[in-house]
Design a protein around this ligand. Sequence first.
Ligand code: SF4
Length: 381
Amino acid sequence: MELNFEQGPIRPPSEAESLLIRATRNCPWNKCTFCHSYHDSKFSLRSVEEIKQEIDAMHAIAENIAKLSCKRGQGGKVNDSIVQMIFNDYGFSDAYRTVAAWLYFGGKSVFLQDANSIIMKTEDLVEVLKYIKMIFPFVDRITSYGRSKTAAKKTVEDFVKLKAAGLSRIHVGMESGYDPVLEFIKKGETAADHIEGGKRIMAGGISLCEYIIPGMGGDKWSTEHAKQTAEVLNEINPDYIRLRSLQVREGTALYTMMKEGLFTPLADEDVLKEIRLLLENLHCRDTYVVSDHILNLLQEIEGKLPNDKERMLGTIDRYFSMSLKDRMIYRLGRRRGIYNSLDDLANIRIYDRLRQIVEEYEKKDPQQLDRDLYKAMHGFI
Ligand code: SF4
């Protein structure tokens, strides 16, 4: 029988090296207006037996790969030559490629898919976690997405049990801490749910990562979105805050609203001002702020609160202290995937190439580049 397992559509960026185990399918809520991840897909729980069978399949594949490595004189290791062989040979299935890549990156972390696997009965999830640890004893981190509302319905004791069974971190899509924004995006959760759910996860000893969407309040609620989100985060004091700037994707309800003029996304620089306001109002302790998403203009905003707050604000101020032309050059480079940080502006050859493009735009219409970057970001084209 072919060894295989299901894989869901997404994972957090920080779980790129994790083995993805699909504990539940899709999203039980699936109504957020900005979200396209589980479009038209129905949520379902999976039985513990079914999940265990897939873990067994992953384990069998890992053993087969180790045998192959021994046969090729690599001592069971999954190194460059083994990974290249598996990825270049069409005889190997995607399941083999998935497990090989995981082992290549160390095979230490697991992410439980899909959108809200903490919705499983605590005892079922505990059984799955223990099984993962038994089959792969070298795994030292198991994480999952979870909705605040679901977390708020579990007890602290539930989270203590999940932690003891091996659940290390829960990634929560808070998006905003401002109720009118949460209602507008049909999040199905309130600021109070976020606080309650977040506090219970933290009290259970599980690491908590809250995802925030700068720009989610559009031009209407930018200030309130920043300030109230900071308030909610201050209450929770999570281990991580991750920023992911809004991109309105075609096919979402928010895209339709945008087209109908019911929602106006913020311009790049207004999003940055909003992030500044959020940071200014954050008073968390020992919370790591990360801005590692590809859509964020300044990925180098990163540090631990409270000590690194001034440095993070300084990064934003450094951007705004640049001339309008340099800011345009940076934005163009960033959106074309050329620049990763403000320091990249020091590369004269690339800078000159981008400057020429900006100046071409300036000759025709000084506002056009700004409009094109905005359109590209929000799928207007
Ligand atoms: S809860 Fe998460 S996955 Fe589900 S619809 Fe909302 S944003 Fe998408």
